[in-house]
Design a protein around this ligand. Sequence first.
Ligand code: ARG
Ligand code: ZN
Length: 866
Amino acid sequence: MPVRRDDGHVYLADYQPPAWRIPHADLRFDLDPDATEVEARLRLEPARPGEPLLLDGEDLELLAIELDGQPLPPERYDYDGQRLCVHGVAAACELRTRVRIRPAANTRLEGLYRSGSLLLTQCESEGFRRITFLADRPDVMPTWRITLRAERRAYPVLLANGNPVGSRELEGGRHEAVWENPHPTPGYLFAIAAGPLARVSTTLTTAEGRRVELNVWAEAGDVERCRYALGAVERALRWDEQRFGRCYDLDVFNIVAAQDFTMGAMENKGLNIFNARYILADEATATDTDFLAIESVVAHEYLHNWSGNRVTLRDWFQLSLKEGLTVYRDSEFSADLHSRALKRIEVVRLLRGRQFAEDAGPLAHPVRPQRYREISNFYTLTVYEKGAELIRVLQALVGDEAFQAGMARYFADNDGRAATLEDFLAAHAAASGRDLSDFARWYAQAGTPELRISASFDEASGDYALEIIQSQPATPGQPGPKAPLPIPLRFALYGPAGQRVGAAPQTDAPVRGDLLELREARHVLRWPGLGFQPLPAFNQGFSAPVRLRFDYTPAQLATLARWEADPFSRWDLLQQLAVQAITGTDARVAATEALREVLAGLLADDGADPAFVAECLALPDFDTLAEAVPVVDPQALAGARESLLATLAAALEQPLRQRYAALAAAAGGGLQASAMAARALRNACLDWLGHLDTVPAQTQFDATATMTERLAALRVLLHRQAPGAEAALAAFRERFAGDPLVTDKWIGLVATRPAADALADVQWLLASPWWKPANPNRVRAVLGNLSRGNPLAFHRLDGAGHRLIADQVAAIDPINPQVAARLLGAFEGWRRLRSGLRESAEAALASLQDRLASADGRDLLDRLRA
Ligand code: ARG
Ligand code: ZN
């Protein structure tokens, strides 16, 4: 049981193994939305004799308690609403409890709750204790028998973890289903789902010869839109067999889609529960981006069956051991199935735009934190995305073959165990023969490392050299100095005509081909007598999650963008060029011209992948730009970005129109890569053209059958305030009125219109029937989009945007603390705002001091204000 110190934090250093083991749990539910009764029989065994028997249980109404069949008198136990302590037990025993819980009143969506006509659960991290008593920690792993009883009419389908082992009719229109989960499984992976569910289904045989039924369940009207997700499960299952040799291990794999869900999805053993937005899709209601996101989240949760479930966590400090690893695995899955380069671009955009910002602000923390007050606040970009990058760093350091062997060893050595990062590193150290203690620092030190690189060339001798200096920023609780990290840095040198220089440098850092391994704070690479001044390029494929500083002129960036073969690097160089064109001072004009020239070339190149060209047209987003400047002036940044777009759109109008028209046939319909790519580039062109002319957007809006094209057109009409915008919005709203996920889409467009007065539209939404503060997707659609996707309205000069978000955080905190805390995170960059806005953000945060009651909200507020 994690002990909190007096400062309110749980510390990694205080970890103690469980005092009691729970080899088996037998649960019986009498399900009812208003009052569900849960009877639990826990087999208990002392692991360290003499320790008291303590179980977690939050806000449970205790109806009965028995030890080994004997009712316990009140003096034998204490329950304070958080913890049950049973006195005077020293030996193995069976504890039986009966509690009452209230799903319909559960707006936190942790534990058992109601969503529409369904009853379902969310237990990670500490939600199980809101269902019944258990040592609710990931290293306590019972096997399970779960009996569900409910009224048949309202709850015809009854699902739980594991395999179905029986069902029967009961008196009074009730029925019963029994499930068994034979795999040792911690409470956070427990799940049940009940309701009028319909399914799409398929069966297959695993590589080990097991027959498995795959089902994706949703409320009846939605079931046809589950087919794509079902296909994604099958693809993920096969991929894990082929790439990692991992097979599925139960007779059924169930997924349930729910409209009310706090996060994306949850990997409960054999019964994944999903936010409906990551399941439901057809071409009329979901965009191509939605389809790809569905496939990747379905894969993510499926892949957790090995990285998370079969091998689980010893404690919550190890969270990235499952999350970083599983994000790595799902992104490899997407890269293998589709385009590796495009997947890398997507991942790096998120990392550089958002994770770097997290790492640079008041919420920065190591991938493995040392302490937490509320673990829910550590489901972060750092734990997930940076954690995934660290797996990639490890792979680069040890090489592909040793990495693959290390993964096999990790799974084999830790199967059925609750593991730590040390176990993971030990498996990789054994497989690669490499001492990984330096690599472990990546998990302990917060902040994004910076590499400053400078070149020198001696005309007389022809000697060329690069000096690379590594530094680590100070972060909250880690003032430094920090030790250097092992950084795998790819690099290339180009001669005057674009030929790759093959000569290896003289250096004290290990070099393997084009991969340099930085180990010290400073390394020098020398090419004596090279004879000319080459053009260097670095970090191809984003081999290391670092900020890299090298002084390029716009012309050099444009040249490299032509010479580099790797599409990711070419995209990256164009992003840097765009950053110069937007935030630069002297280089601005030259950068704009260079960018125009390269983009003109790309638009004219029929051989270039249209999806790649679309990525190149997508200028760095606001977050990425904000990361490139020391003080953030939202109005100036957004204005400069906007004017660059307008300039380039005018200069490239003809090629944009031509490309848009030429791709019409290819964009028609279907989910094949060529159609998706055509739609992506057409929509990018449409967006740029929108700066000059909204007629093509109106035409596309009226004519298309796909959501991908319809939504992109509506976005241009709304954001450019085209004459037909209001009518188009009304038509869209009407057409999809019954669909909450599509409703979230138009709301998102309204909330992100890039103008200060979009705040009035958000206020209108908050007063409308569309506002549903208890539905997390709707909160994100309205307020997440405003705070994270609309800098001009959120950072309004009069402070109204900051106040609105703060007030809404206060209003949502008592409903769903995790959602409120997420929203509050939008203030993470407040200290770097220009003066005026900084004060307004500070005042908005101060106004929350006495308005947040939840542990989630208070923890985040204190860290933001520290
Ligand atoms: N494990 C889930 C995933 O696949 C996310 C659970 C999030 N839990 C939370 N308390 N925020 O990533
Ligand atoms: Zn996950």
